[in-house]
Design a protein around this ligand. Structure first.
Ligand SMILES: [Fe+2]
Ligand SMILES: [Fe+2]
Length: 301
């Protein structure tokens, strides 16, 4: 099989990432002390990152309830993280199946799947340690996402993966060194941040590679698709049922969060690194602009 220059660049990156994966990785099973008790009074999420922070509903909550809500929000984000990772693993497996599995590119895709397997197990275990119910995405969204492997391809697909990975990364980086946060959460975040850095490099290069030479119509579809998927990503982070943990009706809590300028600021913050990259790559534009704003990843006009 003849390899093009593009393949050579791709192989080089994959080889570098494979080396780094062999040198630096965690096994949450042994690297986290799962028997350590949670620390009384410590938060699970910084207060100002709570979806209700600053709202009238927030004012009705006691300090203990605010911590409790943060715990459920963190469990929701983690279990939605599992959902994102499970979809990503399917896409990567397809990539291996459709290509030459002996390339470094395919080997790295398999290594990334192995990372995500450990991450998803770690997130599930953290949610169980919190004693939270399984949140994840709401049912209709979970069903809808099953069409993604059918309608998704090209730069928007890798771009969507990046949106999920980089918005979580931004929030996790902020929390991993915060002494007010539960040590378990900090360790989980630290492990995830370290390993996701490689995934981000891998996906960013794929976006740049796949967008080259794309025609106008196809590019418009790609711009819509990534904005559409990203809208679902930010809307799914906090499952409405988390609000029940502090006696708030799910619909009321969710609505308050959507209208909350502080939560909007959190979403904007989470997109601060990925949005300029996608914009420069050419993936942010009509007909997706309204969806990006509604997703909270671009400011309202
Ligand atoms: Fe991950
Ligand atoms: Fe990842």
């Amino acid at each position: 099989m003849t390899r093009t220059l593009g393949d050579a660049g791709r192989e080089k990156t994959a080889e570098r990432l494979l080396k780094s994966s062999a040198n630096k990785f965690y096994d949450p099973e042994v690297d986290i002390d799962w028997d350590a008790p949670l620390v009384d009074g410590k938060r699970f999420i910084p207060e100002e990152r709570s979806s209700l922070y600053g709202t009238d509903l927030w004012e009705t909550l006691t300090p203990e309830q605010r911590i409790e809500l943060g715990k459920h929000e963190m469990a929701s984000i983690a279990t939605n993280g599992i959902w994102f990772e499970v979809i990503l693993m399917q896409l990567l497996l397809k990539e291996v199946d459709n290509g030459d599995p002996t390339t470094s590119h395919a080997q790295y895709a398999l290594t990334e799947i192995a990372d995500e397997c450990r991450h998803s197990t770690m997130f599930a275990r953290m949610s169980n340690t919190f004693g939270c119910p399984h949140y994840g995405p709401v049912k209709w969204r979970h069903k809808l996402a099953k069409i993604l492997p059918i309608i998704g391809y090209g730069p928007a697909l890798y771009g969507s993966i990046l949106v999920a990975e980089e918005i979580l990364d931004r929030l996790q980086r902020e929390q991993m060194n915060d002494p007010e946060i539960q040590p378990l959460v900090r360790m989980v975040n630290r492990i995830h941040v370290l390993e996701e850095a490689r995934h981000v490099t891998f996906a960013r290069e794929e976006v740049t590679r796949r967008i080259k030479g794309m025609g106008k119509v196809e590019l418009a579809y790609q711009r819509w698709l990534i904005a559409f998927v990203s809208w679902h990503i930010t809307r799914s982070l906090v499952n409405p049922h988390v609000y029940k943990s502090v006696g708030i009706r799910p619909r009321d809590g969710y609505q308050a969060a959507l209208n909350n300028p502080h939560w909007r600021a959190t979403l904007l913050f989470s997109g601060e690194k990925i949005m300029p990259f996608l914009d420069e790559a050419g993936l942010v534009g009509a007909p997706g602009m309204q969806l990006w704003r509604s997703a909270g990843l671009l400011p309202n006009k």
